[in-house]
Design a binder for this molecule. Structure first.
Ligand code: DGY
Length: 425
């Protein structure tokens, strides 16, 4: 293990630590982001267990009464980011955004709890595990009520930002139906920090802003937004992540003695397992996102199409087809797993979620593959992730073809994944 990189990973987390929460990157993302924080906790857990738990606890301090947990918490002022608190206008203190993000927290807390067990320290963390269990379960129930309006057992995102994969081409057609005529003038900040060819386009941004304005017009009433948003796409990434998260939450409930709650979580898992077939695109033989308004499949295979193993879905028919796609893609790139299939017409080496490799998605894919008994591919995904960081540094994302950097440097979750990947699989 190259210890200088491990030291650098520690330094990045410590430098991006703002006291209880960690900014993803100090210039581009100067606040607390939901799924970033959860992954960051895995990194802290390798050298400061207490600080790891604190990262997740800080996020859940801002949970709304209805169970919602926002994707951004604006703990401090910083005008280097758009859209800031006045645009969201959620009437919460501290200010937050009005949409959520992929719910990885339960899986992370299970890992923190198991790691405390290995160190013989669970007694010191038991009360904190119980508190977090109840908060996370409240959030997962919020998902069931507000992001699965039709009870299909999937997660229906109401904003591309909610998926965490802002400009994936999966959203292009559904978001084209969003009326952007009243968006007005606004000043993006991301392209002042980063090369615009690595970022979403202006038309993506107009739709992002229009959907924020839509949520605000409904006063962030999540049930109303979930039922009527002009953008309602069943996201394969969030669906797989939430299914996995519920499995980990159920495990945690049993382990900390909350047997009755474990049964309630199991009922939600059963509903997802029964309904997730809605996202199997038989023509592509792949797990794909799907527009719930038109019923149309996205037609795009992304890195999240490979999260089915992580979600615990492993029937032989699907398994064979998913692995065949992975093998095909591996022939086309140097580094797995590109965020978009390189055979897709929209593949773009450096543009954010339209091609670059993201360490956090690789982490989940590799875990799933290892658990599904596919160690050679799990090891390949792990090794490629580590190699990208060794060759290029702690960047936000990487070109799958030549490893070039995409997005911001000194990125917290990339540092955290470097640390977390040292001793798994
Ligand atoms: C951004 O502003 O680019 C973020 O991804 C939104 O969460």
């Amino acid at each position: 293990m190259p210890t200088s990189l491990t030291k650098e990973a520690h330094d990045i987390l410590l430098r991006n630590d703002r006291g209880g929460y960690t900014v993803p990157n100090s210039r581009v993302y100067p606040f607390q982001w939901n799924w970033d924080s959860a992954f960051v906790a895995l990194g802290f857990d390798t050298f400061d267990r207490n600080r790891a738990w604190k990262e997740v606890e800080t996020l859940f301090e801002v949970q709304w009464e209805d169970g919602f947990v926002p994707h951004i918490v604006f703990w401090q002022e910083d005008d280097g980011y758009f859209p800031g608190p006045p645009v969201w206008d959620t009437h919460h203190s501290p200010a937050t955004s009005g949409i959520t993000q992929p719910p990885v927290a339960a899986s992370v807390v299970r890992q923190l709890w198991e790691s405390a067990g290995l160190a013989g320290e669970q007694d010191a963390f038991r009360d904190r595990a119980v508190v977090l269990f109840h908060k996370i379960w409240k959030w997962h129930q919020w998902f069931a009520r507000n992001r699965d309006f039709e009870g299909r057992g999937v997660v229906v995102a109401v904003h591309p930002w909610e998926t965490g994969r802002d400009n994936s081409p999966e959203w292009d057609v559904p978001a084209a139906a969003v009326d952007t005529s009243k968006v007005g003038e606004y000043q993006r900040r991301d392209t002042t920090h980063l090369d615009s060819k690595m970022r979403p386009t202006k038309s993506d941004y107009d739709r992002f802003v229009a959907l924020v304005q839509f949520g605000r017009s409904l006063n962030w009433d999540h049930a109303a937004i979930g039922a009527t948003s002009p953008f309602r796409v069943a996201d394969v990434g969030m669906t797989m992540i939430l299914l996995r998260a519920n499995r980990d939450l159920c495990w945690l409930a049993k382990d900390i003695g909350l047997t009755e709650a474990a049964g309630d979580v199991q009922a939600i898992i059963d509903r997802s397992v029964a309904g997730v077939g809605y996202l199997w695109d038989e023509s592509l033989k792949a797990w794909c996102s799907r527009d719930t308004i038109t019923g149309r499949f996205s037609g795009h295979i992304t890195s999240t199409s490979f999260l089915s193993f992580y979600a615990g879905l492993d029937d032989p028919g699907h398994r064979h087809a998913v692995l065949a796609h992975l093998e095909r893609i591996a022939q086309r790139v140097e580094y797995l797993v590109p965020s978009l299939d390189p055979d897709d017409a929209d593949f773009d080496l450096l543009r954010y979620w339209r091609g670059p490799v993201w360490s956090v998605v690789n982490y989940m894919i590799a875990r799933g593959l290892a658990e599904a008994g596919v160690p050679q591919w799990a090891q390949r995904v792990r090794a490629d992730t580590l190699r990208l960081i060794e060759v290029t540094g702690f960047y936000e994302a990487f070109s799958p073809v030549d490893g070039r950097a995409s997005g911001g440097d000194n990125f917290s979750w990339t540092a955290a994944i470097w640390l977390a990947l040292q001793d798994v699989l």
